[in-house]
Design a protein. Structure first.
Length: 178
């Protein structure tokens, strides 16, 4: 494991520990989320991405900064916050859950993204032997499949095409939450 990957794993552990200590749930997504669903590290990652329910956004930012992370002003505050911690870039993106759990709403540039029910469940993934909260397979697959068709989307990169194939395989195995 290279130094960058080790640093990102340390930050993942720190973020999860800080959030758990104050009762704020988070879910990994993106490349690290996929690796957590697979149960092993598949490639190097440029950053670490977490989902946070918008009702916890301000408190989440405050506890992370108090614990040692540096908040950056690179993202619209209604959408996300980027941070660095020990020179590792990570972000928290925000969503609103409908009271009946039927859908999830994003604000800003990504308000046309739709996530299926159960995208933010309780079934953990595994990274480096540690259980971690992670977005569901069906949620990550919906994110990837919709991305090029969104108002602010872009064409898939090769890693997106590869991720979609893996996510579809996991979904076909019945591992939608795993």
């Amino acid at each position: 494991m290279d130094q960058s990957t080790e640093g990102q794993l340390r930050v993942i552990r720190k973020v999860i520990a800080v959030r758990q200590s104050v009762g704020i749930p988070v879910w990994l997504f993106g490349g690290w989320g996929l690796d957590a669903r697979i149960g092993r590290i598949t490639r190097e990652h440029g950053d670490v991405e977490f989902w946070v329910e918008r009702i916890h956004a301000d408190r989440s930012k405050a506890v992370l900064v108090e614990a040692g992370a540096t908040a950056l002003t690179t993202q619209p505050p209604a959408e996300a916050c980027e941070f660095t911690w020990d020179d590792v870039l990570f972000s928290t993106a925000y969503f609103d859950r409908q009271p009946d759990g039927s859908s999830v709403q994003l604000l800003g540039r990504w308000s046309d993204w739709l996530f299926p029910p159960g995208s933010f469940g309780d079934e953990p993934g595994t990274l480096d032997g540690m259980p971690v909260p992670v977005m569901s397979v069906s949620g990550m697959l919906a994110m990837k499949e919709q991305f090029p068709h969104l108002r602010n989307g872009r064409p898939w990169r090769q890693k997106d095409v590869d991720d979609i194939e893996i996510l579809r395989g996991l979904a076909a195995e019945g591992r939608a939450g795993k």
